[in-house]
Design a protein around this ligand. Structure first.
Ligand code: 2P0
Length: 347
């Protein structure tokens, strides 16, 4: 994806970025401007062919202003997070080259998601990761600092800049310089790992993650225990499980962490409900399935929405899809498969 200079003097770059699904959830900020989290988190990055954001950025000194279009609709470029991202990439470029050829250029941005936006499917993560990757291409800057720039757009976006399993360290510094993402293992480490997404409801969620987590931090009595005691141990344990390809430990921690994240939402006052009756029914079905198998075969996790994400191994995909089709024969739920194969394989 080289930044291309057209005859008109416009320079442009296009890139795509994938969705990530956390198995140790980020929930709560210690700094709402720099988007610094109260706990570290860890996610799997999905196959880009399935769910992605695609962003084109163009720069020219002949443009009169910065502008942005999301899914074909012009949005307000003065949005503080967008401004923070644009400012940070420009500052990084100026640090590397004070006479950078694009230092006086305005930028036009067009981004589209190929999946429902703001439905708890990590759309802001893919969107901001993609914007940062495209701007980095445009300005010719590559640096681990880019994960910190994606983070100031949307916290979880820093985890979408890499494939495989990715950790985001909460860091301890006030300036956020050590709150960065890094790869735990590449996708090739665990090729049997698959992700199924059961879209329970593709509508926009009622409580945004940003306001929901602030409300939790302010009112939940459980959230500090989670951030200070539970998550640090789980981060160590799940990283080891991933390194060892130990699906039993990985699956148990994944489900427990989802349960605890939603418990802190319930412990928020007033309470926040992201899962619905169908979400809970799926939990019961998968629990019975795992119990009957005598081992964990399907590890569910739910983000800030009702949709179910299942981590499982390749050899159990068909069985799990059959199970879900049995319980939801005429359902409007649809399957989107992450990682290595396409949705049409099972249609
Ligand atoms: C996660 N979520 O780790 C958790 C699990 C939702 C539940 O990261 O305010 O959209 O932009 O930093 O990144 C959603 O939070 O929030 C999220 P901001 P973000 O994936």
């Amino acid at each position: 994806m080289d930044a291309k200079r057209a005859k008109t003097g416009v320079v442009r770059a296009t890139t795509t970025a994938p969705v990530n699904i956390a198995v140790i959830k980020y929930w709560g900020k210690r700094d709402t401007k720099l988007l610094l989290p109260i706990n570290s988190s860890l996610s799997g990055t999905l196959d880009q062919e399935q769910l992605h954001a695609r962003t084109t950025v163009a720069a020219s000194s002949s443009f009169e202003a910065d502008e942005i279009w999301l899914n074909g609709k012009q949005e307000d470029i003065s949005n503080q997070r967008l401004q923070n991202v644009l400012g940070a990439v420009r500052a990084l470029a100026a640090k590397k080259d004070p006479e950078h050829p694009l230092k006086d250029a305005h930028i036009k941005i067009a981004s589209v998601n190929n999946f429902p936006t703001a439905a708890g499917l990590a759309s802001s993560a893919a969107g901001y990761a993609c914007l940062v990757a495209a701007l980095a291409e445009l300005f010719g800057v590559q640096d681990q600092e880019l994960t910190a720039i994606a983070r100031v757009g949307s916290g979880s976006a820093c985890r979408s800049l890499m494939g495989g399993f990715v950790r985001w360290e909460k860091g301890t510094r006030d300036d956020g310089a050590d709150s960065l993402a890094s790869q735990v293992v590449p996708e090739s480490h665990w090729p049997d790992m698959q992700v199924l997404i059961l879209v329970v409801n593709a509508g926009k969620k009622g409580v945004s993650s940003t306001s929901g987590m602030q409300s939790t931090v302010k009112t939940s009595a459980l959230i500090n225990h989670r951030a200070e005691v539970v998550v640090p141990q789980r981060m160590k344990d799940i990283e080891k499980a991933i390194q060892d390809r130990d699906f039993q430990t990985f699956g148990r921690i994944t489900m427990q962490d989802s349960n605890q994240f939603h418990a802190t939402c319930l412990d928020t006052y007033p309470p926040i409900f992201y899962m619905n009756d169908v979400s809970r029914q799926i939990v019961q079905i998968l629990t019975q399935y795992n119990d009957a198998a005598g081992e964990i075969r399907a590890a569910y996790t739910y983000d800030a929405g009702p949709n179910c994400v299942i981590y499982c191994l390749k050899q159990h995909v068909q069985e799990i899809l059959s199970l879900v089709c049995h319980y939801f024969p005429s359902s409007e739920s649809e399957f989107v498969r992450g990682r290595s194969t396409t949705a049409s394989d099972y249609s």
